[in-house]
Design a protein around this ligand. Structure first.
Ligand code: PMP
Length: 390
């Protein structure tokens, strides 16, 4: 039994979430394949998944998973203690090659990679400059780190440069941390300018390629590759849970960086290592990604189509948005939630994103495009969005 005072506190919290229209349902989503699912029993075309290349459902990925899972389920301990199997080593090698990096360290999730890297590297008497729109795991990492946190916005880089210049003698080490693709907008970070600022002020640039890995650049390395700054970014964080279709996070960079993280990143060594079968699935998926470039071409064609139809229909998106995340801004929270429900009734799963995930007044529907979506699925979904928001 919970103490009654605490029970009252929980009720109050739930009431205020209800009043603010921020109480989220806990849905059961059962996938049929990479584009179709049932949501609480209702069959829908899925525009909510981050499996942009359809690799979570690829037969080679699922076969690799099943084969490795046939002998072992959990990895039994943290990688540092006893949980680093041959599959973890193979995945690190595969990622080192994919990332063209000296070293790679695996984490249990992308969230853990961001949190663990920031709390390990940003120590007392350091300062970290964090983009306002960064993912929660980066914001939490900056807040939890011992150094001082400053918030900037990517539209005010002159201000950021001046601020770093002014403070460089006040702190032992400066850091800049940014998502490469802002996950609620699909907007790309201005990486070349951030590299210039970091290099001229001695700051270390840390990027999170969560939505960039596999999607941008001719080798699929991400936005760093697309913008030609891959070798200028010393700390690259990625996740295996989106385009790679598996689970887990990783950091790629210099071997000393990886050795320091291996010994000090608490979310890595105080947490059980990824299951070996997940590593096997990620290895298979990365190999498919390298071999089958057609998926990426198809994905970008579909994304272009979706953006074109959204614009033709006069829907409001976000300037500069690129790639598979296609936001349709409704403004009011309840309009986004009602539209999402209407879409669900019409057979399209397009989630509503509300504050605090996005700034107040910018609630939106967020379409995630997958290379397996057909043109007609995209056309029909946008038609239904038009009806639902107008
Ligand atoms: N960074 C960004 C930008 C993300 O969108 C997410 C997932 N929503 C993460 C990190 C966390 O990744 P994971 O789901 O692998 O924990």
């Amino acid at each position: 039994m919970l103490p009654s005072e605490f029970q009252r506190r929980l009720h109050k919290k739930l009431d205020s979430l209800t009043d603010e229209h921020r109480l989220r349902p806990r849905r059961t989503v059962i996938a049929q394949d990479s584009t179709t699912c049932t949501v609480d029993g209702q069959i829908c075309v899925n525009f909510a998944s981050n499996d942009y290349l359809g690799l979570a459902f690829h037969p080679e990925t699922t076969a690799a998973f099943a084969e490795a899972a046939g002998t072992q389920a959990g990895s039994t301990a943290s990688a540092l203690v006893a949980g680093r199997t041959d599959w973890h080593c193979r995945l690190e090698t595969e990622l080192r090659c994919f990332e063209e990096a000296e070293g790679v360290l695996l984490f249990p999730s992308g969230f853990a990679a961001n949190l663990g890297t920031l709390t390990s590297l940003v120590t007392a008497n350091d300062a970290v400059f964090c983009d306002r729109d960064n993912h929660a795991s980066i914001i939490d990492g900056c807040r939890a780190a011992d150094g001082r946190m400053f918030v900037y916005h990517r539209d005010s880089l002159d201000h950021l440069a001046a601020s770093l210049e002014r403070r460089r003698n006040e702190y032992d080490q400066l850091f800049i941390v940014t998502d490469t693709v802002f996950s609620m907008d699909g907007v790309l970070a201005p990486l070349p300018r951030l590299c210039d600022i970091a290099e001229s002020t001695g700051a270390v640039l840390i990027v999170d390629e969560a939505h960039g890995t596999g999607i941008f650049g001719s080798r699929g390395q991400g936005v760093c590759e697309l913008m030609g700054v891959h070798n200028r970014v010393p700390v690259r964080i990625g996740t295996l849970s989106k385009a790679v279709g598996a689970m887990g996070g990783f950091v790629a960079g210099d071997s000393n960086l990886i050795d320091v993280l291996w010994n000090t990143a608490r979310t890595q060594f105080f947490s059980t290592a990824l299951p070996p079968a997940v590593c096997a699935a990620a290895v298979a998926s990365l190999r498919v990604m390298r071999r089958d470039q057609d998926r990426l071409r198809r994905l970008h064609d579909r994304c272009q189509l979706a953006r074109q139809i959204v614009a033709d229909r006069g829907l409001v998106s976000i300037d500069g948005s690129q790639g598979p995340i296609v936001p349709i801004v409704t403004g009011a929270d309840d309009l986004a939630v009602e539209a999402s429900q209407k879409l669900m009734n019409a057979g399209f799963f397009v989630p509503a994103i509300r504050p605090p995930t996005v700034p107040t007044g910018t609630a939106r529907l967020r379409m995630s495009i997958n290379c397996e979506h057909s043109e007609s699925q995209i056309e029909q979904a946008v038609s239904e969005i038009c009806k639902a928001v107008n």
